[in-house]
Design a binder for this molecule. Structure first.
Ligand code: AMP
Length: 618
């Protein structure tokens, strides 16, 4: 089915086509014709990521009388972020509708300005419940001509305590309006609203495993409670191109983890309700523009975040309510992309994984926290690729080259490469030299540590494999791990020690994974080319390095070594206590950030976006 077949007017179809929407998503295919052809109410059980904004937005826009400046549609959303997002989407959909005026109103910003905007004539108002109530009480918004009322993320608005406001808004608006209620879940309170205020609503449920949910790999890592933070850092370090959201349970924990990460040199910041609106805006702006790599957030603050490129959702702690997990994981794998949602659990929490599995109808894959040497190797390969792919500012660097050339004149090319890489590599090598196995149940006895037993790098039980794709197919190591994991149906983190060459690559997996990989790749084609995977004679190389398993002097628990480069040190900390960071310039961030080791944030984000382009190829 196409958008033209749904009965929408030409200017809308033109805008949607320009946005690259080819076919309606399931909820759009059902909701759009329904709203266009009926004036009875609608309940849509759907999460963000299903295309629900267009599902209600397009038919509403279709019905707006552009010659009439009065308010014809009111859309209520739980947070400012979501409200702004909805208005942005509607403006894009209505790009070719001359005379369309959409106004967004929310708390924490000047109500006078918003009143002025409304008084100019807003056919559509997008509002948060509290601010809408304010405007109604002041008599500054006329609702008597409202034809549509949308309650978006209804369950979340009720969770946030907007019950009375919602009731009042429903009561104050004309009886004849068409109410469209969207909710990811249907708790009794939402059901009550539907029963009390809606007239025999038509219900549409989009299957939980929506298009985007299928692209999410759910993983869990079992750790000792005391290692939770270290495990988080290790996972981040193992994914140098990560662009993630770390979910915590409370505002306090959110702030605490963000501060620790910042102190440890990561490009992270907090988003929670204790921050001022300006601080939250600043954090979101940096995250959206990818100047910020890791967003540490509470559930409420992260509602409505619509950033398509999120690669990982990291559940630092499980939500109290398992249903919230769906909201969290839905922040990744958006708009047809792939993503990972992972959970750190201690043994006592393990049963909750089973609960979540039942709810989402999908199984979790048990992840293994990478060893220190695996992180080092991953970072080194990332660094090599970064150095190889970096754009050189020929003109600007030219004056400095003679001095450098003279200095390196005596060195072989191999030595120069070694020296350049060591500038960054030594740091994480040093950090991980004494790293212990963080996996729950892993052997980590005092005796081992005292005797400085070396890590086992022999890789028994590991199989090295070959695949006939490489950088010319647009892959870097992360993309290739994602791709292999995707086809072989195993977690990308299981694809280790990748060596990506131009036309082929090698990687290690646990020997048990070798056969399933061979089987799943049998019919695999990439751009119509058969993909060949094979086992190699080499039983897996060790990756070098790795040191004693002594913990002392090993992984930093905050403080410790600071990254080099610009504002990584104290300038970071100056702003981190308020979490908002408006005092910190994004450029100091850029210089000083990074995934803990191996690369500054600018490189990480640029390589992530390059990766994005590459991923599109397959
Ligand atoms: P939503 O559930 O409204 O938050 O939409 C999720 C994402 O899917 C947004 O980035 C939309 O731009 C995108 N999207 C919505 N509808 C379509 C469609 N029919 N085709 C492709 N992308 C879409």
């Amino acid at each position: 089915m196409t958008f033209s077949e749904l009965g929408l007017i030409e200017p809308i179809i033109k805008a949607v086509t320009e946005l690259g929407y080819e076919n309606p998503t399931p909820i759009q295919a059902e909701a759009i014709p329904y709203v266009l052809n009926n004036n009875t109410d609608l309940v849509g059980l759907a999460q963000t990521g299903t295309g629900k904004t267009a599902a209600f937005g397009l038919p509403i826009l279709n019905s707006i009388d552009l010659d009439n400046r009065s308010t014809q549609a009111l859309i209520i959303a739980p947070t400012r972020e979501l409200g702004v997002q909805i208005a942005n989407d509607l403006n894009k959909f209505g790009k070719y509708m001359r005379g369309l005026n959409i106004v967004t109103v929310y708390g924490g910003a000047s109500i006078m300005t918003q009143i002025k905007d409304i008084s100019r004539g807003a056919q559509i108002i997008v509002a948060t419940p509290g601010r809408m109530m304010d405007l109604l009480e002041r008599g500054k918004v006329k609702v008597n001509e409202i034809k549509f009322l949308v309650l978006d993320e209804a369950d979340e608005m009720l969770n946030m305590g907007f019950k009375e406001d919602i009731d009042t808004i429903l009561k104050t608006t004309p009886k004849e309006k068409q109410t469209l209620l969207f909710s990811a879940t249907m708790p009794s309170e939402v059901r009550r609203i539907a029963n009390q205020y809606m007239h025999e609503p038509h219900e549409i449920a989009v299957a939980k495993q929506s298009q985007s949910a299928e692209n999410i790999i759910h993983q869990y890592y079992e750790v000792h409670e005391r290692d939770r933070y270290l495990a988080l850092k290790r996972i981040i370090d193992y994914n140098p191109s990560i662009f993630g959201i770390i979910f915590c349970r409370t505002r306090h924990e959110t702030q605490d983890i963000a501060e620790k990460l910042i102190k440890d040199g990561y490009n992270a910041d907090a988003l929670h309700g204790d921050l001022s609106q300006a601080q939250r805006d600043s954090v979101m702006k940096r995250y959206r523009s990818r100047t910020l790599q890791l967003l540490v957030a509470t559930d409420v603050a992260a509602r409505g975040i619509d950033v398509n490129e999120v690669t990982h959702v990291l559940n630092y702690n499980l939500p109290d309510d398992v249903e919230v997990y769906t909201h969290r994981s839905g922040r990744t794998a958006r708009a047809g992309k792939h993503g990972v949602s992972l959970i750190l659990v201690n043994t006592r929490e393990f049963s909750r994984i089973r609960q979540i599995e039942k709810m989402i109808g999908k199984q979790f894959i048990k992840g293994t926290i990478p060893h220190g040497f695996e992180v080092c190797e991953k970072q080194l390969i990332h660094l090599v690729n970064k150095v190889h792919d970096i754009a050189v500012s020929e003109d600007e660097i030219a004056p400095y080259l003679p001095v450098a050339n003279e200095l390196f004149a005596e060195m072989s090319k191999e030595d120069v490469i070694k020296h350049f890489l060591s500038v960054e590599f030594n740091r994480f090598l040093e950090y991980y030299r004494n790293a212990v196995d963080l996996n729950q149940g892993a052997k980590r006895t005092a005796g081992d540590r005292e005797h400085g037993k070396t890590l086992n790098l022999s890789n028994s039980g590991t199989q090295r494999m070959f695949i006939n794709v490489g950088t010319t197919d647009g892959f870097d190591d992360n993309q290739l791990a994602d791709y292999i994991g995707d086809v072989a149906k195993i977690a990308p983190s299981q694809i280790r020690q990748l060596s990506v060459r131009d036309k082929f690559s090698f990687f290690n997996v646990d020997a048990a994974h070798a056969d399933p990989i061979l089987t799943n790749f049998k019919k695999e084609k990439l751009n119509n080319r058969p993909i060949r995977v094979d086992v190699t004679e080499d039983r897996g190389h060790g990756g070098g390095g790795g040191g004693g398993e002594r913990r002392s002097g090993g992984e930093r628990q905050g403080g410790g070594e600071r990254r080099s480069g610009g504002g990584g040190g104290s300038s970071y900390r100056g702003g981190s206590s308020n979490g908002g960071g408006s005092s910190r310039s994004s450029s100091s961030r850029r210089d000083g950030g990074g995934s803990g080791y191996g690369g500054g944030s600018s490189s990480s984000s640029s390589s992530a976006s390059t990766g994005e382009k590459r991923r599109k190829k397959y």
